[in-house]
Write a protein that binds this ligand. Structure first.
Ligand SMILES: [Zn+2]
Length: 464
């Protein structure tokens, strides 16, 4: 069988950093140890001076997603291609159950969006908007289909928000079927009143998006979500945690031994509310939910990553073009499509501002961006690991490569970058997905449609 040998690199996993060669046979890793001899016919790649890391896993993306009369600008082809350039080899996107329909229909719709387009492997969470008569049984059926996680919204009343009874029923169901509930935790009812007040006072600029969604509205919902999970006797995962107040709730619960987990995203670690005050409506580029916070929250989130109060860094990639999509909210911030682009730059930003800046170790970087999401979302050790038998999803990472992030050169199908002009040191050089080189030296070698649907297992790392 055709084999590839990655020689002379340093293998970095969540556990250790070792000088070792990696032998890939077919789609899987065959061997990891120093001094593996090359057989004739093997393709040999030299990784001297490079890190060899597990491919990144982005557990929170929204490709081809309808929102407020428009659709996120990246589909499964352009989005997964951009992900691959940045060293991400698996994503977990979100199917959305439309009210009054079966979850199975949403799963089929989203599988169709990905089929023939995805360049890397993809799983799907299910967003539950309506339990209806058979919703709890539907959840069990979806777990059998590899949908091992469900997302519920405590925000966006009349659109996505579900009440506490629904949340508690869903949580209780997962206590039995082993799925994981992911919570969008913000108090949507309070926020809606604040939004109505702001609009009545003529406050329509982008910054009011942030000012009407205060950190306490997030912290209250995080507290409530964790309390309901605790009563139901099941783990819970808070998505895109953005504030110190919310983080305190997670930390307090974890300190008591409650299985509460949370992710944050590069934008909450690196950007603050001032971005929404940019002139010429450019603040709209930074309108997403939860919103950016005042600067003093940022070091607290970094600290949370370091001390495992936060376990995962994902992107919440949900791009809308400035010119023809964000502009829909020019006279009313509530009409600005919520979301920002990030799928391509997650590893670069976390490596530079995490590892290079001394905020956490190289192993922690791998853990936050690959291994823990693989575990929590039921993909480990197939994904997120460098060991015999694991999928050969690997990145040869050049720690010395200097790269300037810009919409002029990025591969996401969106006309701006939230990190325009940021210079980072450390970048993906060669990216393997199941043994195949899909990116090498800034060139794309993958094919749309080569990505596989990932059937994920219930009772992942959140249960251990
Ligand atoms: Zn999201």
């Amino acid at each position: 069988m055709a084999a590839t040998l990655i020689r002379n690199g340093t293998v970095v996993t969540a556990r250790e950093t070792v000088k070792a060669d990696v032998l890939i046979e077919g789609e899987a890793i065959k061997e990891v140890r120093p001094g593996i001899p090359a057989a004739s016919g093997d393709k040999v790649l030299d990784a001297t001076g490079m890190w060899v890391i597990p491919g990144g896993i982005d557990a929170h993306t929204h490709l081809d997603m309808p929102f407020g009369g428009t659709t996120s600008a990246d589909d499964f082809e352009t989005g997964t291609r951009a992900a691959a350039f940045g060293g991400t080899t698996s994503i977990v996107d979100f199917a959305i159950q439309a009210r009054g329909t079966r979850m199975r229909d949403a799963l089929d719709t989203w599988l169709k969006k990905a089929e023939g387009r995805a360049c890397i492997d993809y799983g799907l969470h299910m967003i539950v908007t309506d339990l209806g008569a058979s919703g709890l049984e539907d959840m069990d059926e979806l777990v059998d289909e590899g949908v091992a996680s469900f997302k519920l919204f405590m925000a966006y009343p009349n659109v996505l928000m579900v009440d506490d009874a629904t949340i508690f029923k869903a949580l209780s169901r997962t206590a039995r079927n082993g799925a994981l509930i992911c919570m969008h935790a913000e108090n949507g009812s309070v926020i809606d009143v604040m939004i109505a007040r702001a609009l009545a006072e003529g406050k329509t600029a982008p910054v009011y998006h942030a000012l009407t969604r205060p950190p306490l509205a997030e912290a209250e919902a995080v507290h409530r979500a964790i309390a309901m999970a605790e009563i139901a006797g099941t783990p819970v995962y808070i998505v895109h945690l953005s504030s110190e107040d919310a983080l305190n709730q997670v930390r307090e619960a974890r300190d008591r031994g409650v299985p509460a987990f949370a992710e944050t995203c590069p934008q909450y670690l690196l950007l603050s509310i001032e971005e929404l005050e940019r002139p010429n409506f450019e603040g709209a580029k930074y309108v997403f939910t939860p919103p950016l916070r005042p600067k003093h929250h940022l070091p607290k989130l970094w600290d949370g990553l370091k001390h495992d109060h936060l376990q995962v860094v994902s992107t919440d990639h949900c791009p809308f073009c400035f010119a023809d999509q964000k502009i829909l909210g020019k006279d009313d911030f509530t009409k600005i499509p919520n979301g920002g682009p990030g799928i391509e730059n997650r590893l670069q930003l976390m490596y530079h501002y995490g590892v290079n800046a001394g905020n956490f170790s190289l192993n922690r970087f791998v853990e936050l961006t690959s291994t823990t999401p693989a575990r929590i979302f039921g993909m480990y050790p197939k994904k997120g690991e460098i060991a015999p038998g694991s999928d050969a999803d690997l990145v040869i990472w050049d720690p010395a490569s200097v790269y300037t992030i810009s919409s002029k050169t990025h591969h996401m199908r969106v006309d701006y970058s939230m990190f325009e002009g940021y210079e980072v040191r450390g970048n993906a050089r060669t990216v393997f997905s199941r043994g195949e080189v899909i990116v090498d030296g800034g060139e794309f070698h993958g094919k749309p449609g080569r990505g596989n649907y990932l059937k994920r297992a219930a009772r992942g790392g959140a249960w251990k």
